[in-house]
Design a protein around this ligand. Structure first.
Ligand SMILES: [Zn+2]
Length: 525
């Protein structure tokens, strides 16, 4: 009797951080069924992995891919899967669209367009399960539900910029429980986004108490804008202490601000974080405004900017905050927007061409591009500092790799198509920050364990055959600031559930991805 597939003579890096070893690997019905010297045993499909690393498929815990994954028209649908990412968590930054109807549904969809693009998935989805049904037989990679704070707060109390009442909190608790029943692995929030920027710490603690009871963790884009980074980390620690919940901080780095916080937390706060390790962020242009001016989401901002007095005040604010120079923020590049104009150029370049002060040019852009404009926020420090930060970040035991990738448009942040391959190229080969085994752990075993992703993240018998075959000497990102959609190199094969989904960068068309639910963790092979 033959196995479905035998992968022969590969070097196994098993996702646990343990040392590599040489072995054959057999797959039956989507699972790993034997690891070792398989000698004369045969597979219906035989794959020669001599000279290649065989690792678990990577797990991305912060990625804006969910619409792109199931939308065949998205040009960069495979940007993440090509790198070996076989499992992707839903609801990064708390984004989501469930439990909303009519105008509120449309407004939330518009608000998150900067992350999802113009794809039309239909909706509304009154229940969590209605949304999760979209991923049935439609996706090359697996998806894992998280509880999206944005639509939950919007459903309970609209765009109001105030703390929740007890009754509204009760309604939010109910929706959180519904997601837990659907197998969500974490509660995810975005505390610089709307309407969640106005959730007070009490709301986060109260919801976290429900979340931890259901066996899930807290994950957050923390409250940078209102509190500042140091206090935002401390608020996360307080939530962990008060609710007794493990916490995970999105898109962070180890530097002079976070290092002492991580040291302080060691042994007392159960905290992890993830990093994409590029010296630039990416979010909507409206994030340049003060938080009070972002209230109400896209429509709220648009209405506010029609008021001449407020517009004048905010134009002055933008002039001050966007002027690039010594001790200032870095340049702002336009990645995607409603009109499709100025893509790939900086706001400063557009202002100069238009003969306008940068504040006025940015203001006109905010109004003209309603409802969405996506921008890349470059850090002001140079490449050397960026590499030093990346090295220390990669070496931190609480750090895992996640891309924060955005998959629409032609000029997105290169992290979407390059993050995982770059982490190996730069972090392992060039900086020698960690060993390949440690890097793979931070991309597979660690996120799987932290987020309770069932039967993924490790090469073990009984585990799903989600695998990446690559050449450790040549694996590299192709995506750059100038050519952000370029494919990586050195990756031979990506498999999901034993089925090839990408072969040498070319999608096979197979869609074996599934919704992986937390309670599946108790179901054996
Ligand atoms: Zn974020």
């Amino acid at each position: 009797m033959a196995f479905d597939t035998v992968i022969r003579q590969g070097t196994i890096v098993d996702g646990s951080g343990a040392a590599r070893y040489a072995a054959d690997l057999a797959i039956d019905e989507g699972r790993i069924v034997a690891i070792g010297d398989l000698g004369e045993e045969r597979g219906t499909v035989e794959i020669d992995a001599a000279g290649l690393i065989v690792s678990p498929g990577f797990i991305d815990v912060h990625i804006h891919s969910e619409v792109a994954l199931i939308e065949p028209a998205t040009p960069n649908r495979y940007g993440s899967v090509r790198q070996g990412v076989t499992t992707q968590l839903l609801a990064p930054d708390g984004f989501g669209w469930t439990h909303l109807e009519g105008e509120l549904f449309r407004q939330m969809w518009d608000y998150t367009r900067f992350a999802t693009g113009d794809a039309k998935l239909g909706g509304p989805w009154p229940r969590a399960e209605d949304y999760l049904a979209l991923f049935d037989g439609t996706t090359p990679a697996n998806v894992v539900p998280e509880i999206p704070h944005l639509p939950i707060r919007l459903a309970a109390m609209g765009w109001d910029d105030r703390p929740a009442t007890d009754a509204e909190l009760d309604l939010m608790r109910e929706l959180v429980r519904e997601w837990l029943d659907a197998g969500a692995v974490a509660f995810n929030t975005g505390l610089d986004y709307q309407p969640t920027a106005f959730a007070d710490t009490r709301e986060l603690i109260e919801l976290s108490k429900v979340v931890v009871e259901g066996g899930a963790i807290y994950a957050a884009h923390i409250r940078y804008n209102i509190l500042g980074r140091d206090a935002a980390w401390r608020e996360t620690f307080e939530i962990s202490r008060e609710a007794g919940i493990p916490v995970h901080i999105s898109h962070e780095n180890v530097d002079d601000i976070s290092r002492p916080l991580l040291d302080e937390a060691a042994g007392t706060i159960d905290v992890t974080f993830e990093s994409y390790m590029y010296p630039a962020g990416c979010t909507h242009l409206a994030m340049t405004l003060p938080t009070w001016a972002q209230a109400g989401g896209t429509d709220g901002v648009y209405r506010r900017l029609q008021d001449p007095e407020i517009r004048k005040q905010l134009t002055e604010y933008l002039q001050e905050s966007l002027t690039v120079g010594e001790g200032r923020p870095g340049k702002l590049t336009i990645a995607a927007n409603q009109s499709g104009s100025h893509i790939g150029r900086t706001v400063a370049e557009v202002a100069e061409e238009q003969g306008l002060p940068i504040g006025e040019a940015a203001m006109r852009m905010l109004i003209a591009e309603h409802p969405y404009a996506l921008t890349i926020y470059h850090r002001r420090y140079g490449d050397d500092v960026a590499r030093t930060i990346a090295k220390e970040t990669f070496q931190h035991p609480a750090m895992m790799v996640a891309s924060d990738g955005i998959y629409h448009g032609t000029f997105s942040h290169p992290r979407a198509s390059g993050c995982f391959a770059r982490a190996i190229r730069m972090g392992v080969r060039e900086l020698q920050a960690v060993t390949l085994e440690e890097a793979i752990y931070k991309m597979s075993g660690f996120p799987a364990t932290r987020f309770h992703v069932p039967h993924r993240g490790f090469i073990r018998t009984g585990y799903a055959a989600d695998l990446v075959l690559f050449d450790e000497a040549t694996i590299a990102d192709g995506a750059t600031w100038e050519r952000p959609l370029e494919s990586p190199t050195g990756i031979e094969l990506v498999m999901v559930g034993g089925e090839p989904v990408v072969r040498r960068n070319v999608p096979t068309g197979a869609l074996p991805g599934k919704v992986l639910r937390r309670q599946d963790a108790t179901v054996s092979a």
